[in-house]
Every structure is written in C-alpha cells, then in structure tokens.
Design a protein around this ligand. Structure first.
Ligand code: ATP
Ligand code: MG
Length: 354
C-alpha cells in the first residue's frame, strides 16, 4: 500500500468544519416544505375540531425543535382544553374514520397502542416529491416540553449544535443505527447524547445546563411540575445570550471527532447513565440494574439515557445487546476514518455516511 502523509491536524479540522456546514445546509427543509407542512397541520386541526371543538394541534419533535432534515416526518400532538373529553383511543378511532372519509391521506389508526396514535401518509406528488408521513398523538404534554428544551439548546449556539446534531442524524440513518424497532436508537436518543456531551463532557462546556440554572423568580410546584414531573428549565434565550457565553472555542469538526472518541471508547456503558439533567449517573442508583429483575432489566437497560423530565424512563430501552454492539462498532469506524485525516476532507465525510 502507498505511504500517505497525514494532513496537518489544524488544517484538516478547519476544512472538515467547512465541509460539515456546507453538507448540512443542503439537507435543511426548504421554505416550501415547511409551508406545506404548516398547511397540513392547519387542515388537520380544522378537521379535529369538528370532533373536539376545544382542541389544538401542535407540532413537536424535529419539525418544532430546529433539528429537522429535509422530508422528515411530522410529529403532531392534539391538546384538548375541555374537562369532559373523549378517551384517546376513542378519539383515534373516530379521527381515523373522519380522515379516511374527508382526505386523501392513507390512514392507520392505532387506538390500542401504548400511546394511541393515528398514522397518516400522503403519496409523493410533483409539489411534494417525497410525500408526507405524520403521526398524531393526544395529550402528550411532556413531549411538547422536551421539544422546547431541545429547541432552546439548539438556539444557544446554532452553528455548532445544529450542525453537529443534523450531521449525526444523517450519519446514523445512513449507517442504519437509527431504528428503535430493530434494537438501535431513536433520533431523540442521539440528540440527547449530543447535548449531554456538550453540557457535561466538554470542558469548558459548550452549553450550560438549562435545567439546573436558578429561576429568575421563585416557582411554586404548580408552575414547575407537569404530571408529577419537574419540567422547569431556563427558557429565556435572549437573557441567556446576554448572560452566558461559552469559553469553549472548539470547531464543529473538533467537537465531532471528540464525540466519536468519547462514545466509542470512554463512556462506561456497563455501569453508567447519560443524564442531561444531572450529568453522568450510575445504573444502580436508578435501579436500572437491580438484582431482583436482572434478567429483563438488563436487556432493557443496555444503553441508558435518562429522559430529561420523565426521569424514571430510559429513552434507550429499546436498544438490545446486538444493537449496542453495532452502534459502538459504527462509532469506532467513524473515529478511525477521522483519525486518517484524508487529504480531501470531503472524502472523509462521504466515507462516514457511506
Ligand atoms: P426525526 O427527524 O428523525 O423524526 P425527531 O427529532 O423528530 O427526529 P423522534 O425520535 O422522531 O425525533 O422523536 C420525536 C419526539 O418524540 C421527541 O422530541 C420526543 O418528544 C418524543 N420521543 C421520541 N422517542 C422517544 C423515546 N424513546 N422516549 C420518549 N420520547 C420520545
Ligand atoms: Mg420525528
């Protein structure tokens, strides 16, 4: 094999950062796509209001948190502001029938799922070359809150945070390690890994811990809690921009290289939990590796990522032993590719997402 000289590190990182920005920009949804999605949301809201007049249909997930790629799914949540409302499963069945009659969507109501939803899709058309896929759920107020939390993190340092997250979302999709149904991790899980890394691993940190900053005025439990979970976080981004400035000046490429290094070699998967709220935690202390239910608990808790608000919920509970093995293999592969610092950084990027 030919001997090849490594590209000087600083030059590689500078050029690779530029590559990442250029790559991510062309994957952002177009203004037309966003407008069509907003029209769809309004149309669906109008139809739902014929069943429940006091309802609102809100976007959550990537369409609302700033981490959306072109043609990503739409996550919608229906909130009903009246006291006597239909049950979620009845609503799912009725809404399913209504949409089937009144619209061109393919409709699949799942009234008896753990979280009842209606799944919708539209076939591709000239104005909408990839169609639309959309899930409508009910009363999922915690999801709206965690969407707002991620959006705030994205807004603090959009250049670095959004570029890193969007790149990793493409990477994990192309490398096929983004399917909770097949034992790997959801997009939401990957986003939490990035935020944890930027808040708790990087020193100095790139992001502050929004859930641990002192509130501007005392809060009652009524104000800070939702369904028994503390959902408070510092969400005044304008004020935060004035008061908080990261002293970390690493480029997005440096951060990415270190992200792959940390999660492929350093993070102690067997014993530890990723928590953006509290930093690194031990599985024992959360009862996620208890003797009593070791058999099942262990299989459900191979990879542990604490939900920011529902703290007894492991966002990565679907990740199996094989799934984690594959994910770690991919993280190592990515580390290796970047360590080789190819002469043209675009080649590294192409290889990463092969
Ligand atoms: P994509 O663009 O790939 O759809 P996304 O940012 O919308 O990415 P999803 O994984 O689709 O991420 O999750 C959307 C929302 O659903 C999250 O913001 C979160 O509120 C909720 N969610 C998804 N997966 C989980 C999970 N495992 N546990 C708890 N909430 C989840
Ligand atoms: Mg989504």
């Amino acid at each position: 094999p030919q001997q090849r000289k490594l590209m000087p590190k600083q030059r590689f990182l500078a050029e690779f950062s530029q590559c990442l920005y250029d790559f991510v920009i062309q994957l952002l949804p177009t203004p037309e796509e966003l407008a069509i999605k907003e029209d769809v949301r309004k149309l669906l809201e109008r139809l739902i209001r014929t069943l429940e007049p006091d309802s609102r249909l809100l976007s959550f997930g990537s369409t609302a948190n700033g981490f959306s790629l072109r043609n990503s799914d739409m996550d919608l949540c229906c909130l009903i502001d009246s006291e006597d409302r239909l049950s979620a499963s009845d609503l799912v069945t009725m809404l399913g029938d209504l949409l089937e009659r009144e619209t061109k969507f393919h409709v699949k109501p799942l009234p008896f799922a753990r979280i009842p939803i209606v799944k919708l899709s539209l076939d591709p058309s000239p104005g909408l070359p990839f169609g639309i896929a959309c899930d409508i759920g009910f009363e999922n107020r915690l999801a709206l809150e965690n969407t707002r939390l991620l959006m705030c993190y994205a807004m603090i340092d959009p250049a670095r945070v959004r570029t890193m997250v969007l790149f990793l979302k493409v990477w994990c999709k192309r490398r096929k390690i983004n399917s909770p149904y097949k034992g790997t991790l959801s997009s939401y899980g990957y986003v939490l890994l990035v935020i944890f890394f930027l808040v708790h691993v990087k020193n100095p940190p790139v992001l502050p811990n929004l859930q641990q900053m002192p509130p501007l005025r005392p809060m009652t439990k009524e104000e800070s809690h939702l369904n028994g979970h503390n959902v408070w976080f510092f969400d005044d981004i304008n004020l935060l921009r004035q008061r908080w400035q990261s002293t970390n000046t690493e480029s997005v490429a440096e951060l990415l290289v270190d992200f792959f290094r940390f999660y492929s070699r350093e993070f102690p998967y067997n014993t530890s939990v990723v928590s953006i709220r509290a930093g690194i935690l031990k599985k024992d202390s959360k009862g996620w590796l208890s003797e009593a239910e070791r058999g099942t608990a262990r299989e459900r808790n191979r990879l542990c990522i604490e939900d920011p608000f529902e703290t007894d919920f492991n966002v990565a509970r679907c990740v199996t032993r094989d799934g984690l093995y594959t994910i770690r293999g991919e993280l190592m592969r990515a580390s290796r590719i970047l360590a080789l610092r190819p002469e043209r950084p675009i080649v590294a990027l192409a290889q990463l997402c092969e």
